[in-house]
Design a protein around this ligand. Structure first.
Ligand SMILES: *Cc1c(COP(=O)(O)O)cnc(C)c1O
Length: 367
């Protein structure tokens, strides 16, 4: 079964290239990088490519992925970037060196558990600067929490402050926004009388400031996943030149199971589709269509998130296990049993790498 379809091929050399490229770009501006592996479901071979190419931490939102990386033999320090559940505090201390936090109750639990395990655990306090996901709201609360960690929690080390932008509220990581984070850091530093190790200014969405050279000087740490894995978002949504990155780390491959000329407009009385939706169908007459044996179960509910390599192919619909392609404009012949290749983006990557139906094949394992 392991050589079957659908499959996602992961080019580890391309991945290592992208990790090194981000690490170098950031290093040139005094910024260290945590390599975020959650987009690729923490697949250990991919995590290893991150570790081999110069990141400071391996980071994930999921402790299972971090544990897999450790068991695979990756020795980089690990970082939890989704604020911890109270119910996982033991494992946070056991598995990671650093975590992002926004709740005093959790910080107290981490401190207690770190003492029990005879460890010191680093924490970054998250500031919500308006994107409205995680983080302290307001400088005052944040400074107060920082003082508590610094003065009352002996087994925690206040390593710095951080923020996340663009994930929920779609807020841009502008120079001004990130300067707000630096201001909070300096308010804390004034109270604790020392410099913080990290000012962690965000994710791929903050990498634009590195590209533009207008990252506030004191921001010295980013947590990057997408720009390394897909290198697509900054190109597609923001028009950045990503030509120094490999955009072909992932290839999704599926097998053709039917090729027929059929009408493009369904015939009969309309109701709802397999997912209870009422899609709109465009009548383009009779056209050649192909079915591939891959569907929403494999890549998520939106078939617009997979991209045929052959530009003459259009994805026109999908159900759980089938994807329907318009292949009328293809110049080469297509038959049952043929394999078609697709690019993916973040939205489909998180599914295809996390689906037991999709085989994972590595190219260029290298080192
Ligand atoms: C997911 C995540 C990241 C990485 O995001 P990318 O867009 O993949 O670079 C960084 N920080 C936090 C807190 C995250 O949740």
């Amino acid at each position: 079964m392991d050589k079957g379809f659908p499959r996602v091929e992961i080019d580890l050399e391309a991945l290592r290239h992208n990790v090194s490229t981000v690490v170098k770009m950031c290093a040139d501006q005094g910024v260290e990088v945590a390599g975020v592996i959650k987009g690729v479901t923490g697949i250990p071979q991919a995590a290893a490519a991150f570790a081999e190419s110069g990141v400071k931490y391996i980071a994930s939102s999921r402790l299972e992925q971090i544990e897999d990386a450790i068991n695979y033999g990756i020795h980089k320090p690990m970082m939890l970037i989704r604020i911890p559940m109270l119910s996982e505090v033991k494992d946070v201390i056991r598995l990671t060196a650093l975590s992002l936090n926004s709740e005093l109750e959790v910080l107290e639990a981490l401190n207690k558990e770190a003492a029990a395990q005879n460890k010191t655990h680093k924490v970054i306090l998250m500031a919500d600067l308006g994107d409205l996901r995680e983080g302290f709201w307001g400088t005052e609360d944040m400074v107060e929490a920082a003082l508590k960690v610094e003065n009352e929690m002996d087994n925690l080390e206040l390593a710095g402050v951080g923020t996340n932008l663009g994930c929920y509220g779609s807020i841009l990581a502008t120079n001004e926004k990130l300067q707000e984070l630096v201001d909070i850091a300096e308010a804390i530093e004034a109270k604790i009388g020392r410099e913080l190790e990290f000012i962690s200014g965000g994710a791929t969405s903050s990498l634009m400031r590195v590209f533009d050279g207008d990252l506030p000087e004191r921001v010295n740490f980013l947590r990057v996943g997408e720009a390394i894995l897909n290198a697509r978002d900054l190109d597609v949504y923001f028009g950045y030149d990503m030509s120094m990155f490999r955009q072909d780390v992932f290839t999704l491959r599926a097998e053709v199971i039917e090729v027929k000329d059929k009408p493009t407009y369904p015939q009969g009385e309309f109701s709802v589709d397999a997912f209870g939706k009422k899609p709109v169908y465009e009548d383009r007459g009779i056209r050649k269509r192909a079915l591939v044996a891959m569907g929403k179960v494999d890549y998520g509910s939106d078939y617009h998130e997979i991209f045929p390599h052959n530009k003459d192919i259009r994805v026109i619909g999908a159900s759980s296990d089938h994807t329907i392609l318009d292949v009328e404009d293809m110049t080469e012949p297509l038959g049952v049993g043929d394999i078609l290749d697709f690019g993916i983006n973040y939205a489909s990557m998180v599914y295809v790498t996390n689906c037991r139906n999709v085989k994972i094949v590595f190219k260029n394992p290298g080192i």
